[in-house]
Ligand binder design. Structure first.
Ligand code: MUC
Ligand code: MG
Length: 367
């Protein structure tokens, strides 16, 4: 089988409820749908969510990198020879979201060609993942209302609270209100998206020490190496590296230098191949992982479930899988359902993310 064409289709779907966090805000899913076509008539698909404020990639840059930089070198290769495709992509540094989508589209192709679900190819560990819902910046009472609603409607009992605001009291109050309102059985953890200094993070941990918070993600910039190591040394809960670890090399550096002692894996920026390497590194070192959400559509969330459910270590904790619920529409032909706080893998060949072509035609912005 040979790759005959690679398309990067820009589209835009508005959010009904924008998500706000320390490093940015999302009001529209202005993503790229990557499609790799073959001479066997099989197409692999993946979603690329640009996060300019985090990784510097944009809808335009992803389209250009995929179609003009990688495309000419990838066309003609056999999609089963994934390592050859990675050799092409590895020549270019960064651009992780573009690379992640190409990788997932290749796995989708391989699964379809073999008529096997990719969750089975990757590991086949379990058939569903527990869902963690991400709560963006809002007044404390509204956060509590949202968490309670998601608990009642979807059975979700794990919440990641976006923090990193100043004054620190805003987030400290939100933590107390959530714990009081949700009770002790609900898991709550924090993500500051580099909004604080390490010392500020330490102060927040001191003032929330009795709340049973389980993790703190990306409290400050990982570049603050010494103070971040001090935070990791003194924190009673794991300090999770997220945007500082898109690659296995980055994860190694953060873990070995003591800048983190848990890792967030996002398939949108690591694909399945690099995510597998990161996961292996973490299990080898005895470090917890979480499956993160790059503010994904249902197409992206299906990829996260596919990878997360495939392995023991990536399905141990709840995965961040529900923020597509804030979108006004989506591209997935068969919408994702959340039952009893869980999302199931699909027993379909590939990743199981069939696209509604009418919706793609409606939301694409290049026609
Ligand atoms: C997260 O975990 O940081 C915010 C930006 C992004 O790329 O992902 C989200 C969530
Ligand atoms: Mg994060």
């Amino acid at each position: 089988m040979k790759i005959t064409a690679i398309e990067a289709i820009p589209y835009a779907i508005p959010y009904t409820h924008p998500l706000k966090f320390a490093s940015g805000e999302v009001t529209t899913a202005d993503h790229i749908l990557v499609r790799i076509h073959t001479d066997a008539g099989i197409t692999g698909t993946a979603d690329a969510p640009p996060r300019p404020y985090t990784y510097g990639e944009t809808q335009t840059s992803i389209k250009v990198i995929v179609e003009d930089v990688f495309g000419p070198e990838i066309i003609g290769l056999d999609p089963f020879d994934r390592e050859k495709v990675h050799e092409v992509m590895d020549r270019t540094i960064n651009n992780q979201v573009a690379k992640g989508a190409v990788d997932i589209a290749l796995w989708d192709l391989v699964g379809k060609a073999l008529q096997i679900p990719v969750h089975k190819l990757l590991g086949g560990y379990t058939d569903s993942m527990r869902v963690s819902h991400m709560l963006g910046f809002k007044p404390a009472e509204e956060l509590l209302e949202e968490a309670q609603r998601f608990g009642q409607e979807y059975g979700i009992t794990t919440f990641k609270l976006k923090v990193g605001r100043r004054p620190l009291s805003l987030d400290i109050e939100a933590c107390h209100v959530l714990r009081e309102g949700l009770g002790d059985d609900v898991e709550i953890y924090l993500d500051a998206n580099r909004g604080w200094s390490a010392n500020e993070a330490m102060e927040v941990l001191r003032q929330t020490a009795d709340l049973g918070l389980t993790m703190l993600e990306e409290p400050c910039d990982a570049k603050e190496a010494m103070s971040r190591r001090r935070l990791v040394d003194h924190s009673p809960i794991p300090i999770v590296a997220d945007e500082s670890v898109p690659t296995a090399g980055d994860a190694s550096r953060e873990l070995l230098s003591g800048g983190a002692n848990a890792i967030c894996i996002k398939t949108a920026r690591s694909g399945f191949t690099e995510a597998t390497e990161i996961l292996g590194l973490c299990t080898g070192l005895g470090v917890d992982v979480t499956m993160g959400n790059q503010i994904d559509t249902q197409v992206g969330s299906m990829a996260t479930v596919t990878f997360g459910a495939a392995h023991r270590a990536s399905s141990a904790r709840a995965g961040e899988l529900s923020n597509f619920l804030d979108m006004s529409d989506d591209l997935l032909a068969d919408p994702i359902q959340i039952h009893n706080g869980r999302i199931s893998v699909r027993d379909l060949p590939g990743v199981g993310a069939e696209i509604d072509e009418d919706k793609l035609n409606h939301y694409r912005i290049d026609k």
